[in-house]
Design a binder for this molecule. Structure first.
Ligand SMILES: Cc1cc2nc3c(=O)[nH]c(=O)nc-3n(C[C@H](O)[C@H](O)[C@H](O)COP(=O)(O)O)c2cc1C
Length: 154
């Protein structure tokens, strides 16, 4: 089975906790995993024969958190061509803001520019609806796993 890389961007820690929760579930499904800390991301170009999940909250007005912004900007600048990469996105946001889950939308656009393909529709978790994003994300992992299996991406 393919290795699964999970990357997160957070301001207050919810996206980190969500990433830590789902990676345990993914490991239990039998995948080898790596949880990347934001300070490890410099120079990281996702391997195209591995799976990538980005878990990211939104700050400011639709902005990317400071911890993951350098990696986002690096990929945007260097623009590696990643046509075989399968990515999945989990956004944490709050629908009372105008740009709901703006950061994860920026990641979606970036990976599309790099030629990568979404494995399934992104999950956008609304803080107005739940105080426990990790539970919603963990449930979504079942859909993610189905997508991996049906795309024969494992
Ligand atoms: C100052 C501030 C600005 C925010 N801006 C947005 C925003 O523009 N869009 C959005 O969807 N959520 C926004 N949020 C909501 C956060 O993304 C949401 O609370 C999220 O769960 C925080 O996750 P974190 O703990 O991983 O940072 C904002 C929250 C704060 C405190």
């Amino acid at each position: 089975m393919k290795k699964v890389n999970v990357v997160f961007g957070t301001v207050y820690g919810s996206a980190q906790f969500t990433a830590e929760t789902i990676i345990k579930t993914i490991a239990k499904l039998g995948f080898s995993t790596k949880l990347w800390q934001p300070n490890e991301l410099q120079g990281y170009i996702p391997a195209q024969d591995e799976l990538l999940i980005v878990v990211c909250s939104t700050t400011g007005q639709g902005d990317i958190p400071e911890d993951i912004a350098p990696w986002f900007n690096e990929l945007k600048t260097n623009a590696p061509y990643l046509p075989s990469l399968k990515y999945s996105l989990i956004g944490l946001g709050d629908s009372s803001y105008e740009t709901f889950c703006g950061a994860i939308k920026q990641f979606d656009e970036l990976f599309t520019e790099l030629g990568a393909k979404p494995l399934l529709d992104k999950l956008e978790i609304d803080a107005c609806e739940t105080m426990e994003p990790e539970i919603e994300a963990n449930t979504w992992i079942a859909s993610w796993h189905n997508a991996v299996t049906s795309a024969n991406a494992a």
